[in-house]
Write a protein that binds this ligand. Structure first.
Ligand code: GTP
Length: 294
């Protein structure tokens, strides 16, 4: 396919006098864009609204900050690309595609129409940044307990629709109080951050690691049955025990007790969590540094 892409055009509040461009179309588009803070919906609304003025066959939107890459319609030979910004804040890149070239006049109109999109995109960015902060544990940079429950509810709904298995792995560091008491809180914090990192590396990209609280982590294993979960839990336990950490002039050995549960038919999130937690406590009682299945 021939690729005739116009140069990347930057659209920002600095090069557009939005107030001067308000007419009926702009007003209509702006009102429609006020109905959502979701990036994908904003782009879809915008593209639907401009379709009559700037006919196009496909669009792409990329926003590296939120790892967003979506596409509607089809790719085509001609495209125009816009980097969207408000002040110095990057709001992603929008690409419109079709089978014939975009005229200079169309590109001018499009640049003006895009001024309706940048502030709603900025609002969506602020909203999602705030959401990200509320869902992130500052010490370990993993997602926190609130994010865990949201994600678990979502995943349970999804697997019930698709009849896929789902498992949980609870990981609780052994004798962690002794690390704090012996080497200080700062050392304890360092251990927590390191373990979060080992866990994240140890599980697949599609599985999510969360700090459940204190020295307890939980991993949601998507599309993983009881046998698979036991294997992964054992791998996690071994990985943690295999690492040694240096603090000051001391070598620290860390172990964890691990509990596993797999979603049963009709089971709710709370019960799944309780079973994994109870299994983890059983692993503690049996001597720590081991895996138990709930
Ligand atoms: N450094 C640090 N310590 C924390 C943090 N959150 C919780 N803790 C500590 O984690 C320790 C947990 O201790 P316990 O619940 O007695 O458990 P444990 O010593 O790991 O013993 P077992 O779980 O029975 O193996 C407490 O001393 C808490 O103060 C944190 O963010 N940073």
């Amino acid at each position: 396919m021939i690729d005739k892409t116009t140069e990347l055009i930057v659209v920002s509040n600095k090069n557009l006098q939005s107030a001067a461009n308000v007419d009926f179309y702009h007003h209509d588009i702006s009102s429609a864009l006020q109905t959502t803070l979701e990036f994908e919906e904003l782009i879809a609304i915008f593209c639907t609204k401009i379709q009559q003025m700037i006919p196009h066959k496909g669009i792409e939107y990329h926003n590296p900050e939120f790892d967003l890459n979506f596409k509607r319609g089809v790719s085509a030979a001609y495209s125009c690309r816009y980097a969207l910004k408000v002040e110095d804040q990057q709001l992603g890149e929008l690409i419109l595609m079709r089978e014939h070239s975009f005229s200079g006049k169309e590109l001018q109109i499009l640049a003006r129409l895009l001024c309706c999109l940048i502030y709603p995109l900025r609002n969506a960015t602020l909203f999602h940044q705030a959401l990200k902060m509320a869902y992130t544990d500052t010490l370990t940079k993993t997602s926190n307990r609130a994010a865990f429950y949201d994600c678990l509810q979502r995943e349970i709904k999804r697997v019930k629709r698709s009849v896929q298995p789902l498992s949980l792995v609870f990981v609780d560091l052994d004798d962690f109080k002794a690390i704090n008491d012996t080497y200080g809180h700062e050392c304890g914090d360092m251990v927590l951050a390191a373990v979060a990192n080992w866990l994240t590396v140890s599980v697949r990209g599609s599985d999510a690691v969360f700090r459940y609280g204190g020295e307890e982590f939980v991993v949601i294993l998507c599309d993983t049955d009881a046998d698979g979960a036991r294997v992964i839990a054992e791998r996690i336990r071994k990985d943690i025990a295999a690492h040694t950490m240096a603090y000051d002039r001391h070598l620290l050995s860390i172990t964890a007790s691990v509990g596993v549960s797999t979603l049963m038919a009709q089971e709710h999130a709370d019960s799944l969590v309780k079973r994994a937690d109870a299994a983890m406590y059983r692993a503690k009682k049996l001597g720590r540094n081991q895996v138990c299945v709930g």
